[in-house]
Write a protein that binds this ligand. Structure first.
Ligand SMILES: NC(=O)c1ccc[n+]([C@@H]2O[C@H](COP(=O)([O-])OP(=O)(O)OC[C@H]3O[C@@H](n4cnc5c(N)ncnc54)[C@H](O)[C@@H]3O)[C@@H](O)[C@H]2O)c1
Length: 337
């Protein structure tokens, strides 16, 4: 298949593109390589992808509709997987415009082009943060999502809405993917596991929000990638209406929302304890109050994804941390003593 992947130099996009190439697909990556975090790691991910003969790449912004359009029209993908976005909850407080531009305008441009080429299936990254202040756990796709707590989450929720309307009018098959705290090798330097690891190794204070009284559904990147790959051929279709219990399929459009998580809530302090244990080093803990825009608990219900794809996440947080550390210590050439 010919698959267009946005955000291919990003954490999830890199792993996904690599997996697709290994499976023999032709992949066109698209990424601005922005400086939100260390560009070096993005360049190194891209370098690995460029080793594959069937990998093509365009460096530009999603907002540049002309270049994005040329790339897509020339490549003629049957599938688009749209992962490029301005991520991060905290940064959305200080720079909301980056989120409006990348996430709203950028996603609009992708959907518009997908419609134009009659795409077979468009898959778009959303986020568990759209569940916001929901109290009912675990989070299920059919739950109401009316209370986003951050601007990041609000832009993700908006893209779900825009995508649904396009899917309704133009019958574009769209699946929204709500990811839950993804981690693993080549991970994001702005996220907790990376920051904690760096802090502990360098004997620097690590900031722990809400005094560590938080739970996250940490999901290992390979499980996420397997979930996405299994969905490629599962484009939503209105004929499927009523066939699956608690389906999030739209009653009027080929549009579905799916959680991709690990389904376990891990207490943040247990996560940090495990990291210390594996690193054989103690963290210097800086307990802090709750961060604005953040949520205390995330945990996914992935029954729907399991029914559609046999999804079965395999990596628990302890072995996930181990795999992350193997990569991290090797990448930064650190000897584990
Ligand atoms: N990692 C997680 O835990 C997590 C959780 C929920 C949702 N998500 C979503 O999954 C997707 C992938 O996340 P990730 O963790 O790989 O993030 P990432 O920041 O590593 O990757 C995103 C990539 O998109 C690129 N990009 C950003 N804005 C762009 C623009 N306007 N034009 C072109 N390229 C642009 C960046 O350069 C980056 O390489 C994002 O949509 C994110 O919001 C991630």
């Amino acid at each position: 298949m010919r698959i267009f992947v946005t955000g291919s130099s990003g954490f999830i996009g890199f792993h996904l593109s690599k997996k697709l190439l290994e499976k023999g697909h032709t992949v066109h990556g698209f990424d601005s390589m922005n400086k939100y975090y260390d560009v070096k790691i993005k360049k190194e991910r891209l370098k690995i992808l460029k080793r594959y003969k069937k990998f093509f790449f365009t460096r530009n912004k999603l907002e540049n509709k002309k270049i994005l359009g040329q790339s897509i029209l020339k490549f003629k993908p049957s599938i688009i997987i749209h992962l490029a976005a301005q991520a991060g909850v905290r940064y959305s407080i200080v720079n909301p415009e980056a989120y409006m531009n990348s996430n709203i305008t950028g996603t609009y441009n992708i959907i518009e082009l997908a419609k134009k080429i009659n795409i077979k299936h468009l898959l778009i990254a959303s986020s568990s943060s759209v569940y916001g202040a929901n109290k009912k756990l675990p989070f299920a796709e059919i739950d109401k999502t009316e209370s986003q707590l951050s601007i990041y989450a609000a832009t993700k929720k908006s893209t779900e809405s825009i995508a649904h309307s396009y899917s309704n009018i133009w019958k574009t098959p769209i699946t929204m993917l709500r990811f839950f705290t993804v981690y693993g090798p080549w991970g994001r330097p702005d996220m907790a596991l990376f920051k904690f690891t760096k802090g502990i190794i360098n004997k620097k204070k690590i900031d722990i929000y809400n005094n560590g009284k938080m739970y996250r559904d940490f999901t290992y990147v390979d499980d996420v990638v397997n979930g996405i790959v299994a969905l490629i051929n599962k484009a939503p279709n209105v004929n499927q209406l009523g066939k699956i219990k608690n389906d999030s399929l739209s009653p009027v459009a080929p549009f579905r929302i799916l959680n991709i998580g690990n389904t376990k809530k891990v207490f943040l302090l247990d996560f940090i304890n495990e990291l210390e244990k594996q690193l054989k080093k103690k963290a210097i803990r800086n307990y802090m109050s709750m961060q604005q825009g953040d949520v205390k608990i995330t945990v996914s219900n992935t029954k729907l994804l399991r029914k559609i794809t046999n999804y079965n996440p395999k990596t628990n947080y302890k072995s996930g941390i181990k795999k992350f550390l193997e990569w991290y210590l090797n990448y930064y050439k650190i000897n584990k003593k």
